[in-house]
Design a protein around this ligand. Structure first.
Ligand code: FES
Length: 129
């Protein structure tokens, strides 16, 4: 894999899908990379255990923004169970690959979704969702 970003990464970075804070989400996942300081929020809306909407806010590098955006596209419409099977490698593949030194950035998206689902489950069990 070269050290260049694919056109798809650049496109997702320049024209991110599903970017922005969500009103009244059912789950919010906040994750960060302590090494670079990048931070990501993943928001989900859930109905009948299906992720009906997903958005993100990312303060980070090109790869972090592109992967969070691609993740939202990949998990929308999936059941929570299916969405949790989406790995950072799936996200990177969706983007046509990432430079190997940037693969760690894609972990944030996977971890952010898991954190959002954990938050949703916690709120559901608290009877607040
Ligand atoms: Fe921080 Fe990419 S350099 S997530």
């Amino acid at each position: 894999m070269s050290n260049d970003y694919t056109n798809k990464v650049i496109d997702y970075f320049r024209n991110p899908h599903n970017m922005g804070k969500m009103e009244n989400p059912n789950g919010i996942g906040k994750v960060g990379n302590t090494v670079c300081g990048d931070v990501m929020w993943i928001y989900i809306k859930v109905k009948d255990e299906v992720i009906t909407d997903c958005s993100f806010e990312t303060f980070g590098c090109v790869a972090a923004i592109a992967t969070s955006s691609a993740l939202t596209d990949l998990v929308k419409g999936k059941s929570i169970e299916e969405a949790l099977k989406v790995t950072n490698k799936d996200v990177a593949n969706e983007l046509g690959g990432l430079p190997s030194m940037k693969m760690h950035c894609s972990l944030l998206a996977e971890q952010g979704l898991k954190a959002a689902v954990d938050d949703y489950r916690k709120k559901s069990s608290d009877g607040k969702s």
